[in-house]
Design a protein around this ligand. Structure first.
Ligand code: SDX
Length: 428
């Protein structure tokens, strides 16, 4: 019996609701019976205080800067395991054993080709189309080539559709990039690892063979691992809400990609580079930039700073910053934008406004600088975020589908429109 409870006293009557406790001691009032008992609903703008589900995938403690995938601290995983192993961990709850890894890798290779008829779709997009819009469209279109995805029931079908998606997203992303620069598309190869295959599809050309550099492959694995999941963020919540209507996996992920493309969410990594470049080109002082970020009358915000959950340094930003220093030194790349970013961080973290509002660098603040050093074009930065986040989205979709208490998501509202009124004459 859960002895923990919360009392709501309303119109002189006391209503008692159970308090549920998570693995790490976090607590929530279970208000499932609130409206039935009191006629009340709760109002919580943008779900800032609302737990919409139970989940066993990722744990975040925003006050202490903790991020764990299936119980493992991100520091134990990032830079120490591959993205493929991390994807398997998020999807299945454990790292793969030798046989499971071999089968998963074989399936990822097998599924890496897209249907040849899909390639013609790329001809229809305007040259300057943003790769996130192309990716979202192409992922949605997969349901027309693999219609059984609408009838997914057996777990093995779900697993194969998930593996197909994790594999194919690389090919579609690289094809979108090649199309945007007018180069021939490069097909996936059977003898390259997940990340090496993606880099080869992005940068190989018939006249300029791409040399696989394991250091670069390792950096890309690290970046994709760091982006792989983040519990109930905007795009994952989108996936859960759309998936709750039993929409097929491809359409559900297509919506997640669209949510991620927003500049307040995954689109921030591209916005950070725009901000750093504007600072460099305008010769604005860092102090002037910080003044603008603090000025309520100015819509400018410090992109890559602040977070709904982290009220201390985002552990991913810390790891990316270290990797950034190492990668640029190893590649003998000096990027003036990195110097600006470091100075911006130092001054912001010494500024009362940012300290008092717990505004720290988030995952997007340094990631763009590494992607740039790897040769990834800026309009592909958020696509890289989507490649990383895909296993997390699918793991949450799967978890939601298997929840025995699953219901279609349908929040309530507080109506503030006009009261009842009638048309003076019958509507024309
Ligand atoms: C991601 O949820 C996730 O987990 C997301 C993510 C993931 O892995 O999925 O971590 C990925 O989306 C990271 C965030 C990327 N976005 C940005 O970097 C955009 C810049 N950041 C801000 O827009 C903002 O910090 C958000 C959107 C990230 C969080 O916004 P909140 O939680 O709604 O906070 P808020 O806007 O209510 O801000 C609280 C206060 C406000 O001041 P007051 O009204 O209290 O005086 O802090 C200020 C804000 O003005 N503030 C900022 C700021 N962020 C918040 N001021 C200047 N610069 C900023 N970046």
């Amino acid at each position: 019996m859960n002895t923990d409870h919360a009392d709501v006293i309303y119109q002189g009557k006391t209503h008692t609701f159970p308090v549920v406790t998570g693995t790490e001691g976090e607590k929530a009032i279970d208000i499932s019976s609130l409206r039935r008992e009191t006629g009340l609903v709760t109002y919580d703008n943008s779900y800032q205080n609302t737990a919409a589900c139970h989940s066993a995938i990722t744990y975040i403690d925003g006050e202490r800067g903790i991020l764990r995938y299936r119980g493992y601290p991100i520091e134990d995983i990032a830079g120490k395991t591959t993205f493929v192993d991390t994807a398997y961990l998020l999807l299945h709850g454990e790292f793969p054993g030798k046989e499971q890894r071999a089968l998963f890798s074989r399936k990822l290779t097998e599924y890496s080709l897209v249907h040849e008829d899909m390639i013609h779709f790329f001809d229809g997009f305007p040259r300057g189309a943003h790769p996130m819009h192309i990716l979202s469209t192409m992922i949605n279109a997969l349901a027309t080539f693999y219609p059984n995805v609408d009838l997914l029931s057996l777990q093995e079908d779900i697993d194969s559709s998930a593996t197909r998606l994790i594999s194919m997203v690389r090919t579609l992303a690289a094809f979108a990039y090649k199309k945007s620069i007018g180069e021939p598309m490069v097909y996936p190869r059977h003898n390259l690892s997940y990340c090496a295959n993606f880099l080869n599809m992005m940068f190989h050309s018939p006249v300029k063979p791409y040399e696989i550099d394991q250091d670069i492959v390792d950096v890309l694995n690290l970046l994709l691992v760091l982006h792989a999941d983040h519990e109930q963020n905007c795009s994952t919540t989108t996936v859960r809400i759309i998936g709750s209507a039993q929409v097929n996996l491809y359409a559900t992920i297509s919506a997640g990609i669209s949510a991620l493309s927003g500049p307040l969410h995954g689109g921030a990594n591209q916005e950070v580079m725009n901000m750093l470049r504007q600072i460099r080109d305008s010769n604005a002082t860092i102090d002037a930039v910080l003044r603008r970020a603090k000025d309520k009358a100015d819509p400018f915000r410090l992109m890559g700073f602040g977070h709904r959950i982290y009220k201390t340094y985002d552990p991913r930003a810390r790891i990316i910053k270290e990797a950034c220093d190492k990668a640029l030194k190893k590649m003998r790349v000096s990027d003036p934008l990195l110097e600006i970013a470091i100075e911006l961080e130092q001054k912001a973290l010494a500024d009362e406004y940012f300290v008092s509002k717990h505004l720290y660098p988030n995952v997007d603040f340094y990631s763009g600088i590494i992607y740039r050093a790897l040769g990834i074009p800026e309009n592909m930065f958020t696509v890289m975020f989507a490649l990383g986040r895909l296993p997390g989205w699918i793991a949450h979709w799967n978890e939601m589908l298997r929840d025995k208490d699953r219901k279609i998501a349908r929040p309530r509202q507080i109506y503030t429109g006009l009261p009842l009124r009638h048309c003076n004459e019958s509507p024309r």
